[in-house]
Design a binder for this molecule. Structure first.
Ligand SMILES: Nc1ncnc2c1ncn2[C@@H]1O[C@H](COP(=O)(O)OP(=O)(O)OP(=O)(O)O)[C@@H](O)[C@H]1O
Ligand SMILES: Cc1cn([C@H]2C[C@H](O)[C@@H](COP(=O)(O)O)O2)c(=O)[nH]c1=O
Length: 209
């Protein structure tokens, strides 16, 4: 197994699976251990990400193919931007934690169009940077919907029970298709944040020098 001091970690899961919660817990843990950490997310808050969020809220209408293309463009900017790009952050020695990366496109856009097309459309990002590990927080869609309704006033475009069931199945399909080239670690997310964080830390610690 590759052991390095700064890693590129992608956290994946359906809406409400606890990615933001676990990003924070992992950031705190790594920081306590003396690592420089850059935590970030997709869709970004930059110019393309803002347009995507407008579409997700229902304020702007767009065809699914256009949404898929916007995620690809947002991702390339997120990788390559000279100011905030992840490639630069890794070169500077940061461990980068991503709340969603290209497996989110495979699962969410793959739920509405040919998954192989979505994988092809993201090939440039995969060639630039493949995560050292994709951590999939696997939560049942029913639990995830309960969490979203308990904690949010608004529900976005993809956040229905039927869609989240479909998205979860597309994550599993994408992992199966790409298991030869991707590092995938599945964590049972139907538990307390502390237990989930413990398992994530065990995986990450095993990859550090
Ligand atoms: N293991 C857990 N058990 C119970 N509640 C949780 C757990 N993890 C997170 N939550 C709560 O569920 C809600 C969603 O969590 P969080 O925002 O971390 O998920 P997310 O995957 O980032 O969501 P989204 O994809 O919608 O941004 C939050 O209110 C959070 O406090
Ligand atoms: C990166 C990415 C995200 N999405 C979807 C998944 C969520 O429903 C929204 C917003 O993400 P958040 O974590 O809830 O803030 O965007 C997607 O469809 N495709 C993607 O590539």
């Amino acid at each position: 197994m590759k052991q390095r001091n700064n890693l590129f970690i992608a956290l994946e899961g359906i809406d409400g699976s606890g990615k933001s919660t676990q990003t924070k817990l992992l950031t705190d843990q790594l920081t306590r251990q003396g690592h420089k950490v850059y935590s970030t997310f997709e869709p970004t808050n930059n110019y393309i990400g803002k347009l995507i969020r407008d579409i997700l809220k229902g304020n702007t209408k767009a065809d699914y193919r256009i949404i898929a293309g916007l995620f690809v463009a947002d991702r390339l900017d997120h990788l390559l931007n000279e100011e905030y790009g992840i490639v630069k952050k890794l070169e500077e020695g940061f461990t980068v934690i991503m709340d969603r990366y290209y497996f989110s496109s495979y699962a969410y856009q793959g739920a509405h169009m040919d998954i192989d097309w979505v994988i092809q459309a993201n090939a440039m990002s995969a060639n630039i940077l493949r995560p050292d590990v994709n951590i999939f927080i696997d939560v049942s869609p029913e639990i995830s919907m309960q969490r979203l309704h308990a904690n949010r006033d608004t529900i976005e475009l993809f956040e229905t029970l039927d869609n989240l069931k479909l998205v979860r199945s597309k994550y599993l399909e994408a992992f199966e298709k790409l298991k030869a080239v991707e590092q995938i670690c599945t964590i049972d997310g139907d538990r307390t944040p502390e237990l989930i964080a413990g398992d994530i830390w065990q995986k990450v610690a095993s990859m550090l020098t």
